[in-house]
Every structure is written in C-alpha cells, then in structure tokens.
Write a protein that binds this ligand. Structure first.
Ligand code: BGP
Length: 475
C-alpha cells in the first residue's frame, strides 16, 4: 500500500491558541481567556477574574482572526491539502445557553472555510478544542451536568448546518481522554479540557468519571446528529495518546505498561464498537464510582459510531512500576527512557512510537486513522539575514513521517492524513508561551506578548512544501 493520492497533508491549529480577538464581534468569555502565561515547570495560572498585572495569551493569540487570509495563503503556498481548525464555541454561543447563535461568529468561520476552499484546502473542523463558554462552567458545572450535552449539541447543529456543503471532515472533541480517574490529573489539565480545577473537585474520581462519560456520550450524539444533517459527513474524534513501554521484560511490568496504555482507549472503544465498555463499568463499580448506562444512552452509543479516529502524537512514556522513584509521565519529564532524547520541554522524541501507535490502534478497530497532530516545540533563532534554520524541526518531522509511511506501506495501516501541530507558531496550550515554537512560519511575538506579529518562512517551510508536493516521496 502506498500513501493515497488524496492523502491529507497539512496542519492543525486551535482557536484559543491563534485567533486573539477575544472580545470582538460578540464573542463571549471562554475558559482559556482567563489563563495566564506560564513556562516549563511553572504552570499557567487560572484566574477567577482578570488581574491588571497579568497577561492572558489567548487575548491576542497570533491574531489569526484578522490575518487568516495571509496565513492561509502561506499554507496554500506549501501545498496544504487540509487545515484543521477549531470553532470557538463562545464565538457562536457567547454564554453557551443563549437562545440564538451569534451570526458574526458564524460568519467568521464561513469566511475562513471559504478562504480554504479557494485554495482547495480541505477544512477539518474541531467542535471542541478546550473552548467551552465560561458561563456553562459557572452556571451548570461544565460537563458534570448533562444539560451541557444539550447545549453542545445545539452548537454542533448550528455549525453542521452553517457549513453544510463546504465541509466534509469534522472532529467532535480534542483529547477528551485526558480526563479519567485513572489518569494523572493536574489543575491545568482538567481545566483545559473541562474548565474545572482538579484541586477544587469534590469527589474527584466520581467527577472525572462522569465528565469522561458525558463527553463520550456527547461525541456519539454529535456523530449521529452530523450524519442526520449530512450523510456524507466524515466525523471523527481526536485522542492524545502516548505509547507506554514497560521498564523491563518482567511480565508484571509488561502487563502494567499494557494496562496503562489501554486505559486511554475506553472512549475509543465506546465510539468505535457502539457500546460503552463493560470492563470500564466494572472498574468504576470496584472504585464505588456510580455510572449508569440507560437504555437511551445505549442507543446513542450504538448509533454514533465514528468514521475515523484522530491521533495526536508527540511522545511515548515508560510505565510506572513498583518501587519507581519518579512517578510522572514522560510528557512532564518523568520516567527516563535511556533510548530516547527529549525536547527542551521534556517531551520524549520517539519516531518509532508513531508507527507503534498506528499499528496498535488500527489492529484494534480497523478504522481509518488520521494523524491530527505531531510536531516539535523548539526555540528558534532568527539570523541576521532573517532566515531561520530549523533543521531540528525538519529532522523530527522527517523521522516521524518515515515511520508513518512504514505503518502504511509495510504494516498496511489505513492512515488517511498527516497534520503537523502548529504549522504556524502559536500559543502553547500547556505553558502559554510563544517561545515553544512549532511552526513552518515564524510569528514575531515573544513570551511577553510583544512583537509586530510579522510572519516569516523558516527552512522547514520549503522542506514541507517538497514533502507535500511529492506526496511524501521526497522527505
Ligand atoms: C495537544 C493539544 C494542542 C497543542 C499540543 C502541543 O495536546 O491538542 O492544543 O497545544 O498539545 O502542546 P503545547 O502547546 O503545550 O506544546
């Protein structure tokens, strides 16, 4: 098998990390509008109200809201076949529970999509990428409350209808899998995904389980709704998964690694098999967590099966084991894998992991997979002549694309697209920094939020253009 002729090469961005214009044209407040910048090892602060001496990176983003035409022209110059964007829910329903949508918000996304279509770039629309209206958190308690599912579905219906005939690919949620009682939680992680601080949750395990369940249900209901509005819609859900390796060949450690990786898959099981997995309900029962699957819910799971699985891949990790001194995942600089180097932000660099993840997932479900994010956050330097020699980024992407190709060509995995994270420099989700750069296009903006916002092509820009142009033959 070769990469298909219509293989979706491109990139992914998210509204709160690029748009800026946080209070323009009727947009309401969304959760990330109250999160400050942080840095490696220093978490972003989550504020209840704006503080004068603080900076909130989403407010300016990289000003994609006003510069999307310029940015899309640059993506087109690289030959992009697809761009994944997210719709900020708070632009469409400023409070989440409004009676009517904000037409200016809809118009903005229609314009962005039209601009993409002008260049034959396939829009891939994520309906939830860390952007819940703040009012839904304060008034209803976020995803703990099933009413929020109804508000989410109304928002989905508005977008499915508004972009009908223009958009084929949809994503219901980005990385809901990080919310689970079994997964290591931190304030910023639960906040990014659900607008709630982990440390402030009462009955933590029960709450995380309900949020995970409600989001899974919401995703299935959205798939069903989307298919009713247009049977041709291809609707996926995106997961951020790290392959987990055992520390050694002790069978207990191998089993531990398997279990640790597998716990990130229960929602994919539900969405691909059409039934909320029994083993997860048993696990909940054993922990005194109460989750009931009603007959109505069971029907929603059954009728809302995905068309494709989206995978965000950055790093692998090593499973914890009895007696481990360190106890954090590799994403945060935890258990050391002596075979791998890490990025400046402590994320392991593991190209083979992408092949492993693609194989693991495809063998489980036999469903098309799209790599919806992959990339290296690194510090770039601008030379005197304005050039940016980001060969480390090229090297990272090159090795990952090679392994992805092996998964397709040798292992026969049906991988339908490869989107880099941050084809243009943008605000980091976990640290709020600009200096953690992912782009092929440099944006003149620093960690203090200062700069002209001017765009500049890096060496990787020309390299990726050749990759796309040759459909992955010239890497
Ligand atoms: C993924 C998110 C993205 C993006 C990426 C890189 O988990 O879906 O929104 O931010 O991680 O992370 P960061 O921006 O923290 O470097």
């Amino acid at each position: 098998m070769k990469l298909k002729d219509d293989f979706l090469w491109g990139g992914s961005i998210a509204a709160h990390q690029v748009e800026g214009a946080w209070d323009e044209d009727g947009k309401g407040l969304a959760i990330m509008d109250l999160v400050t910048e942080g840095s490696y090892g220093q978490p972003r602060q989550i504020h209840a109200a704006f503080q004068d001496d603080s900076r909130y990176p989403s407010h300016r983003g990289i000003d994609f809201y006003h510069r999307y035409q310029e940015d899309i022209a640059l993506f087109a110059e690289m030959g992009f076949k697809a761009l994944r964007i997210s719709v900020d829910w708070s632009r469409i329903y400023p409070n989440g529970d409004d009676e009517k949508p904000n037409l200016a918000g809809i118009e903005f996304y229609q314009n962005v999509v039209d601009e993409l279509k002008r260049y034959q770039i396939e829009p891939i629309i994520t309906l939830y990428h860390f952007e819940i209206p703040l009012n839904l958190v304060h008034k209803y308690g976020s995803w703990k409350n099933r009413k929020v599912i109804d508000f989410y579905l109304r928002f989905c219906e508005t977008m499915f209808t508004a972009l009908k005939g223009k958009v084929k690919y949809w994503v219901t949620f980005n990385e809901m899998n990080h919310i689970d009682p079994q997964t290591e939680a931190s304030d910023i992680f639960t906040y990014i995904i659900a607008g709630l601080k982990y440390s402030e949750l009462t009955d933590k395990a029960q709450t995380l389980a309900i949020i995970g369940y409600n989001m899974t249900l919401a995703s299935c209901a959205a798939v069903q709704l989307g298919h009713q509005i247009n049977a041709d819609y291809q609707i996926g859900c995106v997961f951020g998964i790290e392959p987990v390796y055992p520390i050694d060949s002790d069978p207990n450690n191998v089993l531990k690694a398997f279990k640790q990786m597998d716990r990130d898959f229960y929602q994919i099981d539900a969405m691909c098999n059409g039934i909320f997995p029994q083993y997860k309900l048993e696990e909940y029962r054993s922990q005194k967590i109460k989750i009931e699957v009603s007959q109505k819910d069971a029907e929603i799971f059954e009728l809302g099966k995905l068309d494709f699985i989206g995978m965000n891949y950055y790093a692998s990790s090593v499973a914890e084991y009895e007696g481990a001194v360190e106890s954090k995942s590799a994403l945060f600089g935890g258990l050391h894998n002596p075979f791998l180097k890490t990025s400046k932000w402590g994320w392991t660099i593991d190209p083979v992991g992408i092949r492993y993840l693609l194989n693991y997932t495809y063998r489980k479900y036999g469903m098309p997979i799209m790599i919806t994010e992959n990339g290296l956050g690194a510090v770039d330097q601008i030379e005197q002549d304005d050039s940016i020699h980001d060969n480390y980024r090229i090297e990272y992407l090159k090795q990952h694309i090679k392994e992805m190709k092996k998964a397709v060509e040798l292992d026969q995995v049906d991988c339908v697209g490869y989107l880099t994270w941050g084809p243009i420099d943008l605000v980091s989700a976990t640290t709020g920094q600009m200096s953690k750069r992912y782009g092929f296009i440099h944006v003149d903006l620093d960690d203090k939020g200062e700069g002209t916002l001017e765009r500049k092509k890096k060496d990787s820009f020309y390299w990726y253009k050749d990759v796309i142009n040759s459909n992955g033959e010239v890497i």
